[in-house]
Structure formats: structure tokens, C-alpha cells
Design a protein around this ligand. Structure first.
Ligand code: NDP
Length: 287
């Protein structure tokens, strides 16, 4: 007997999740503010509820995938959450997740928060490598893991309800730093007779080759010794920064994405950390 699921929210992500549960034979009740978005799923076997309250009443496991935390409050406020297992996959901040968990608890529900590390085309495609971070009650996670693993992988990151959102935002923040660097690289070749398509695979391979550096960073942070195993020290790297800034100027490219990072490197060096690599920048960011 497959666990019955209620899903609130049929946006791009909710619809993708819904399809996988239907395909796997889980009885599914859905609700969406704009009812038209449920029509295709009804044809695929979903039960369509007329209201969020009716959808919540239908099952114990309530998966929520709405736009933001405000919409979650709006939608759940009109439902009876007593004895429900609420799994909230809506992107939020750690503080919002913790507050929403407390809010749900006061209404008699158990609560698990999720952060989705996938885009809709990766849902239901295990080879794509997507997954969802979960945090909150471990017991609740374990009870529903099999059902939650149907659309996409599951990674439990702790009892603190805010940790799924924190991991989600941490990974995406690093991604934006990577995209910023790639944007600068493409800008540098813009005015030259260099095909972006010839730079792109070199760039992708280089980023992949450099990525494991984060493992040494973690080692530094754990030991407190930021000089361990350093290959390219900070003094050398800061000495190289004028080359990057001058090249940007030569190519008519704004240094605005690179400069703030270089500024932190210079400050760390000025504080006497020339034998470290880049780990010390983290100390300057945290206040
Ligand atoms: P969409 O914009 O496609 O869908 C938003 C959903 O929220 C719709 O069902 C919409 O209903 C509903 N909604 C918005 N405001 C309200 C409200 N006030 N009351 C009731 N329902 C409301 O977003 P996605 O499906 O793509 O994303 C859903 C969640 O998943 C978000 O938190 C997003 O950050 C997260 N996510 C999405 C990813 C993606 O690539 N798409 C990747 C990772 C996470 P209606 O149809 O009536 O407008």
C-alpha cells in the first residue's frame, strides 16, 4: 500500500513532483489557487480538491510547494493541521523555516522543512542528480523518506528546522559566485575573435578542477590552521591581482565582480596572513 499524499501548489515544481507520485502509484490529492493548473493532473489520476482545507483533510502527509513563506501561511491558515505531517518544500530563509515549524506545531502538526536542489526537469530523473535537503524531526523524515524519495533524492541535514534552508542557500550562494566569475571571463573575450563556444568547455573543466579546493578550506576551518597544505599563498595571489585588474581595463571590462573579493584578500594580507591561502577571507565576512 503506497502512502497517500496531499500536495498544495501546482507551479512548475509542484506539477513535476505530482507526476512522479502518480506514476509511482501513490494516491494523490492536489490543490492549487488557480484551479486550471490541476486539470492535466486530474486526467493522470490525481484527486483535485476544491479548497486547501479539503486537500489537507484528505491525507496525513501534506507536502507544500508554494511560491514563498507568505503564501504558505496564507494557504495553511484556513486548514485544520491537527495530527498532520507537514513537509514544506517552499524556498525560505532558515529563520522563516524555524518560525513556520513553530507555527505548525502550535496547530498540532509535525513539521519537516525542505530545500529543493533541482529544477523541474530533474524531478523524476534520478540520473540528473537532484535532491532535496530536509531538516527538522528525524523521526518524521524517516517515516516518510520512502515517499519523499519518489520524485528526487533526499539528504537529511539535522534536527534544526532551519538547516535545510541554510544548506540550500549556501550552495546556491556559491553557485552565484561561480556564475559571477564566468560572466567576467566571457566579458574579457567579448571584443576579441574568440568563439565563446571554444572558451566554454575550458571554463567548465577549469571550474570542476578547482572545485575540490573547498575540501582544503573545510580542513583549515576545522583545524584553525589556515596554512596547512597551502599551494598558492595569499602574498603571491595578492601580488597577482594587478594583472587581473589591468587585463580587465585593457579589455574594457568592469572589475566590479572581482574587486570586492580582491579587496578582502588585500585586507587579510595586510593583517599579516601572507602564508595562508584564501580561507582567511571567511573570517572577514562573518560579523
Ligand atoms: P511557480 O511560480 O511555478 O508556482 C508558484 C506556486 O505558488 C503556484 O502554485 C501558485 O499558484 C502558488 N502561489 C503563489 N502565491 C500564492 C498565494 N498567495 N496563495 C496561494 N498560492 C500561491 O513556482 P515553482 O513551482 O517553480 O516553485 C515553487 C517553490 O519551489 C518555490 O519556493 C521555489 O523557490 C521552489 N523551487 C523551484 C525551483 C524551480 O526551478 N522552479 C527550484 C528549486 C526550488 P497559482 O498557480 O494560483 O499562481
Amino acid at each position: 500500500e503506497k502512502t497517500s499524499v496531499t500536495l498544495l501548489g501546482l507551479g512548475a515544481m509542484g506539477t513535476a513532483l505530482a507526476r512522479t507520485w502518480l506514476a509511482a502509484g501513490h494516491p494523490l490529492t492536489v490543490w492549487n489557487r488557480t484551479p486550471a493548473r490541476a486539470a492535466a493532473l486530474a486526467a493522470e489520476g490525481a484527486r483535485v480538491a476544491d479548497s486547501a482545507a479539503e486537500a489537507v483533510a484528505a491525507n496525513t502527509l501534506i507536502v507544500v510547494c508554494l511560491l514563498d513563506d507568505t503564501s504558505v501561511e496564507e494557504v495553511l491558515a484556513g486548514t485544520d493541521l491537527a495530527d498532520k505531517d507537514v513537509v514544506n518544500l517552499t524556498t525560505s530563509t532558515p529563520a522563516q523555516a524555524r518560525a513556520r515549524a513553530e507555527w505548525a506545531r502550535r496547530r498540532g502538526a509535525r513539521y519537516l522543512d525542505g530545500g529543493i536542489m533541482a529544477v523541474p526537469p530533474m524531478i523524476g530523473v534520478p540520473e540528473a542528480g537532484g535532491y532535496v535537503f530536509y531538516s527538522g524531526s528525524r523521526e518524521l523524515f524517516e517515516q516518510h523518506q520512502e515517499t519523499l524519495a519518489v520524485p528526487v533524492g533526499t539528504t537529511y541535514v539535522g534536527e534544526d528546522t532551519g538547516f535545510a534552508a541554510l544548506h540550500d542557500v549556501a550552495l546556491l550562494s556559491a553557485m552565484y559566485g561561480m556564475f559571477a566569475g564566468a560572466a567576467h571571463a566571457f566579458a574579457l573575450i567579448r571584443k576579441e575573435d574568440i568563439d565563446p563556444a571554444s572558451l566554454a568547455p575550458l571554463l567548465a573543466d577549469w571550474l570542476v578542477a578547482m572545485a575540490p579546493a573547498v575540501l582544503r578550506t573545510a580542513d583549515h576551518l576545522r583545524s584553525g590552521d589556515y596554512t596547512k597544505g597551502v599551494v598558492s599563498n595569499l602574498a603571491m595571489q595578492v601580488a597577482g591581482t594587478p594583472t587581473f585588474l589591468s587585463t580587465a581595463e585593457e579589455q574594457g571590462v568592469s572589475p566590479q565582480l572581482l574587486s570586492p573579493y580582491f579587496e578582502l584578500m588585500r585586507r587579510r594580507l595586510a593583517a599579516g596572513s601572507g602564508e595562508e591561502d584564501l580561507t582567511g577571507v571567511i573570517d572577514l565576512l562573518v560579523h
